[in-house]
Design a protein around this ligand. Structure first.
Ligand SMILES: *Cc1c(COP(=O)(O)O)cnc(C)c1O
Length: 457
């Protein structure tokens, strides 16, 4: 017993540890009180350790434990992960990763003041809208454009501005749920517009729209089936026919494109995803789409189309409530600049990932396998499929190769990958853990190997 008490007395006091040179950096970083709290936890654990027969830890061991405690306590819940699922636009993992230029533009604007709403030449107040608008007009051919917080906000802004207390006609086959229980009809109703559903789930004709037009009608709306696919006995009127019908009756055609493709995905041998340019050429008066789906930029909602209508949207007080913030705006402008400069395919991660060939994926997966060579758990490179995800190109898959790990318990192995310093999100199929290199940037390869080795060991 005395031996035990003697050992306890060897433990340094909290104050002694706080005054240790090793603690000063921690105090600068976390503050004195937080370090004191962490040391209290660490010393409690040390006392328990001694009670169980251990010898007293040295001050440097105690301080290192405090670093661990503080790291866990202050770890943000929002943090980077490595997406090895092969789902390129992964809604739960933050959708589109940004290009290097977009990241730099964000940091530059974040670090200080900017020309967000300032005219340098005149030295007077400028417009937030104008930064992206010029680029959007050039790239899409639209007369005008504006940018808001996200595409859902864009739809609410358009509908409240142009169709509040009036009727919007839409096909029953296009009343979609976007995800997370977010339903288009609910958004539309919230905007004060009255929804007039026409046609049937699988077939809607132009005549269905024509028959439903009344003096109360404001808009004919098309919603791109961005996250599902109808096959078989189906029909929807073409956008150009819908726009023509709208214009004949003095109405507007609104296209909710969702994915926001600015280039033809058919160049990758995939389905053709309608582009913003095509929707405008087909006669849509306004096209609304996301910035962080196929466009490959930050979260944003973009509205492009007729100048007179965009002007009305800009004047709606609601526009202030859904405006884009400066960081996303900076990233969006940098992303759009890739399209203008013609280097979108090589610079924008989403497009680069779509363009990766199966052979390129195989080479990456084989390099991972080679690095793991001597690990005890069996892994092999097998053919698999990646998907675009995020409400784009529904059902479309990209041939890929993945590293398949034959762990005794796949769920447990995947859970341990998620607990690594940089968590890795994998998918499980047929009892194996699959890691798809398509959605892992080459800079993350070392982290992937380190994590796999740690979990396999
Ligand atoms: C994704 C999507 C939306 C919502 O866009 P957010 O940018 O997520 O707000 C709306 N309509 C369609 C067709 C979509 O695919």
């Amino acid at each position: 017993m005395t031996d035990f008490n003697a050992k306890l007395r060897l433990l340094p006091s909290i104050d002694r540890l706080l005054n240790d040179s090793g603690a000063s950096e921690l105090i600068t970083h976390y503050g004195r009180e937080a370090v004191r709290d962490a040391l209290r936890i660490v010393l409690d654990a040390a006392r328990e350790w001694i009670r169980q027969g251990g010898s007293p830890p040295t001050p440097s061991v105690l301080l290192n434990s405090a670093i661990e405690v503080l790291g866990k306590t202050y770890q943000p819940s929002l943090r980077p992960v490595i997406n090895a699922t092969g789902v390129i636009i992964h809604t739960n993992l933050g959708r589109a990763p940004l290009s290097a230029a977009a990241q730099e533009a964000m940091v530059a604007v974040a670090a200080g003041y900017s020309t967000l709403e300032y005219e340098l030449e005149a030295g007077t107040r400028g417009k937030r809208d104008h930064h992206a608008e010029t680029l959007l007009k050039e790239i899409t051919g639209a007369e005008a454009a504006m940018v808001v917080n996200n595409n859902a906000a864009a739809l609410i802004l358009v509908l409240t501005t142009l169709a509040s207390s009036r009727e919007v006609i839409i096909s029953r086959g296009q009343l979609i749920e976007i995800g997370g229980g977010f339903r288009l009809p609910d958004i539309m109703t919230r905007s004060g517009a009255k929804l007039i559903e026409v046609g049937t789930t699988n077939r809607t004709y132009l005549d269905d729209f024509a028959d439903a037009i009344t003096p109360q009608t404001a808009l004919l709306m098309r919603v791109h089936a961005s996250n599902f696919k109808q096959v078989g006995f189906t029909h929807q009127p073409e956008l150009n026919a819908l726009a023509e019908l709208a214009h004949k009756h003095g109405l507007f055609a609104l296209d909710d494109l969702g994915s926001g493709a600015l280039i033809d995905t058919a160049v990758y041998g995939m389905d053709h995803e309608p582009t913003v340019q095509e929707a405008l050429q087909a006669g849509a008066d306004l096209v609304a789409f996301s910035g962080d789906k196929l466009l490959g930029g930050p979260q944003a909602g973009i509205i492009a189309g007729k100048a007179a209508l965009v002007d009305k949207l800009k004047k709606n007080p609601l526009a202030r409530a859904v405006r884009i913030d400066k960081l996303c705006l900076a990233a969006l402008v940098a992303t759009l600049t890739h399209y203008k400069a013609g280097n979108a395919l090589t610079q924008i991660p989403v497009l680069r990932m779509i363009a990766m060939t199966a052979e390129q994926c195989r080479a990456r997966a084989e390099a991972w396998a080679a690095d793991l060579g001597s690990e005890p758990i069996m892994s092999e490179v097998i053919a698999a499929e990646s998907t675009v995800g995020g409400g784009s190109l529904p059902g479309a898959t990209l041939p890929s190769y993945v590293l398949a790990i034959h762990a005794a318990n796949a769920d447990e192995f995947a859970a341990r990958l998620r607990r690594q310093p940089t968590p890795i999100i994998a998918r499980i199929a047929d009892g194996r853990v699959l890691l798809d290199p398509r959605t892992v940037s080459p800079q993350q390869d070392a982290d992937v190997i380190r994590a796999l080795k740690a979990v396999m060991a």
